[in-house]
Design a protein around this ligand. Structure first.
Ligand code: ATP
Length: 273
């Protein structure tokens, strides 16, 4: 088996202390639904972690709790290597990309990407070079003046990613960001995200239903089980190959897909094959 369980190579800036730690996190909604039960997870700086699991197992709930968009019922979230603000979150260090690009239709691409900086009080003059550079990194420098209605689905998602990156986050949380896109656009955006992850040294937690996408992108897979949601499998994916078109047809990728698929099947109560 080429896909091994040896420790992961991290970005050079990786620290020993985890970036974020979930300790015994449980979440019960007011409806009585137990979305998470005693979920524990450490994510190290520089990791690319994909979160998989059956529908309703609590992936989005876990991501939203990490982002501070929802409370826990019990358990704690800690940021051992960050400075914490009054809300208990690492200041300006987290960005979220949703399945829908959620752009403001009456604003240009430039204005949409400016939004998080504007909310931080950054002047337009200060923000302009940062916005243009960020648009360049997602291949949209020539579309700064365009409106969302003038863009394809893939381009809208690139704007959404640029908006997430413009604040230079340490942690990028992505909740099924490419599920609504066609396969070729999805593969291109997978390559964009991998490039940004490598170039910017960010940490990514990526929710997906796609075994193929998770196996292509991640250096760690976390599989959750449903009712109630908790971690069922957690393993690294290591490859000596560059993750590119060649990797997609390699034996290592096939094995990564098989391992991920078996873990998912097992979490759903099926048998490994
Ligand atoms: N605001 C809410 N109020 C009540 N129940 C909720 C709420 N949000 C989620 N749930 C429930 O919590 C459970 C976990 O939902 P969650 O969306 O986190 O799962 P998921 O794994 O992301 O699902 P999917 O893969 O279908 O997106 C589900 O049973 C869901 O119906």
């Amino acid at each position: 088996m080429i896909v091994s369980d040896t420790p992961l190579p991290m970005h050079s800036e990786s620290k020993k202390r985890p970036l974020v730690t979930l300790s015994g996190v449980s979440k019960t909604f007011s409806s009585g639904t137990v979305a998470l039960s005693n979920m524990s997870l450490n994510v190290e700086a520089g990791e690319f972690v994909s979160l998989l699991g059956p529908s309703g197992c609590g992936k989005s709930t876990a991501l939203r709790i990490i982002a501070g968009l929802g409370d826990t019922t019990s358990g704690s979230i800690d940021w051992p290597s960050s400075r914490i603000n009054a809300k208990g979150l690492p200041d300006g260090d987290i960005s979220f990309v949703f399945q829908e690009p959620t752009l403001l239709p009456w604003q240009t691409v430039f204005a949409n990407v400016y939004l998080p900086l504007r909310l931080q009080g950054v002047s337009k003059a200060q923000a302009t070079p940062i916005i243009l550079e960020t648009l360049e990194t997602v291949g949209l420098k020539d579309f700064a003046k365009a409106y969302p209605r003038e863009l394809s689905g893939g381009m809208k998602m690139r704007v959404s990613i640029a908006r997430a990156l413009v604040t230079k986050p340490k942690l990028l949380l992505m909740d099924e960001p490419f599920a609504a896109l066609d396969e070729i656009t999805r593969q291109k955006l997978n390559d964009d995200v991998l490039r940004l992850w490598k170039d910017k040294g960010i940490t990514v937690i990526f929710v997906t239903h796609s075994v193929f996408e998770a196996a292509y992108l991640s250096n760690r897979i976390v599989v959750m089980k449903a009712r109630p949601g908790r971690v069922d499998a957690d393993f690294p994916l290591i490859t000596s190959l560059n993750r590119d078109a060649h990797y997609r047809t390699s034996e290592e990728y096939r094995q990564a897909c098989e391992k991920t698929s078996n873990a998912l099947l097992s979490a759903m109560g099926g048998e490994e094959h």
